[in-house]
Write a protein that binds this ligand. Structure first.
Ligand code: SF4
Length: 347
């Protein structure tokens, strides 16, 4: 999923296979809350697929996405039945493929052999962190070695994969998060998702928070730490499918959400902060003084508002810091990611 400029609209038909087959209890996890549903019913799968298909615009690229974090760990017969169902839609030309999310320790040669019989276009691996210290503190129930093994097996099987990671896990640092992003890129991932850690009532992380053993992320921290890993992914050409929270009304329900970040635009704020950093890098490398000048900053299609920042915060920062008189931000074809081109119109 490397970027090639214009792409077809991508639509996932998400099927949340909630907590089934997962014997773990990561300290942060309450899958029932995160997916917004407390049970999984196989009988509803076709209805859900049909419901979304009825709304799909022409020419969209559609995938049936088995999310929930442990798809290859669920009952094997059920997994195969769900894949069979999804594959029927692929064969009928109604969807283009299947994606699924799973844990690194639920990848084996035998599982990949099963998956290879279907049109699985991407396996999203819940890496979360590549640091054993963080994995242990988060009670993930697997080690970094499992993750590296999963990367190797997926590469050997020729199945494209992405890496999901979290910001602000217990014992995590900016350095461990950047290293996680770097290792996901180095493994050959084609996509990533980056989630800030949220604390839900009823989880072990909630107890750790209440005991003062865990300090929840502030919005400022989350934005800062997220843009740093987005920077790594972008520089490696790894597409970010999502930066921010999982979609769920529960994030704003005080009965379920205890602490951490639940700002709906945290991902946009992080992207905007990264854009500001990249522009700043460019501005500060210019040899001429920008004081009193008029400049144009060209950015990728759709990125002008990210570049300007929320309430034009980035624009105002550049104007003030460099004494720029006029600043225009324009979108231009051919610019990719967070790259930008600066032109000085007048001294
Ligand atoms: S592996 Fe962890 S995050 Fe995934 S479903 Fe199980 S407990 Fe939740």
């Amino acid at each position: 999923m490397r970027r090639t400029g214009k792409v077809r609209k991508h639509i996932n038909i998400p099927i949340f296979v909630v907590h089934m087959g997962c014997p773990n209890q990561c300290v942060f996890c309450d899958q029932r809350l995160i997916s917004g549903t407390s049970s999984f019913s196989e009988e509803t799968v076709r209805g859900k697929i049909e419901e979304v298909l009825a709304t799909v615009p022409p020419n969209a690229e559609v995938e049936i996405a088995f999310f929930g974090g442990s798809f290859t760990g669920i009952d094997r017969d059920l997994m195969i039945r769900l894949l069979d169902t999804a594959e029927e839609y692929v064969k009928a030309g109604k969807v283009q493929g299947i994606r699924l999310s799973t844990r690194p320790d639920y990848i084996s040669e035998e599982i990949l052999e099963s998956l290879s019989r279907y049109t699985v276009r991407e396996v999203e691996l819940g890496v979360q962190s590549i640091s054993d210290t963080v994995l242990t503190a988060s009670k993930r129930g697997h080690t970094a070695a499992d993750t590296y093994r999963a990367f190797d097996l997926l590469r050997a099987a020729g199945i494209p994969f992405g890496g999901q990671m979290m910001i602000g896990l217990p014992s995590a640092t900016v350095e461990s998060e950047i290293r996680t992003a770097e290792e996901i890129c180095a493994a050959g991932a084609s996509s990533c998702r980056v989630y800030p850690t949220a604390v839900f009532h009823g989880t072990e992380l909630a107890e750790m928070t209440e005991r003062g053993e865990y300090l929840p992320l502030t919005l400022t921290d989350a934005v800062e730490r997220m843009w740093r890993v987005l920077d790594v992914f972008d520089r490696h050409g790894v597409v970010c499918l999502r930066a921010g929270l999982c979609e769920s009304d529960n994030m704003h329900d005080t009965d379920t959400f205890l602490a951490g970040v639940n700002h709906p635009a945290v991902g946009e704020l992080a992207r905007s902060a990264l854009m500001a950093e990249r522009i700043e890098e460019n501005l500060s490398s210019l040899s001429e003084s920008l004081c009193g000048s008029s400049i144009v900053i060209e950015v990728a299609k759709g990125a002008a508002s990210l570049a300007a920042g929320q309430h034009r915060a980035n624009t105002l920062r550049f104007l003030e810091r460099y004494g720029i008189k006029n600043l225009k931000i324009l979108e231009k074809d051919g610019i990719i990611g967070y790259n930008n081109i600066i032109s000085i119109l007048s001294p």
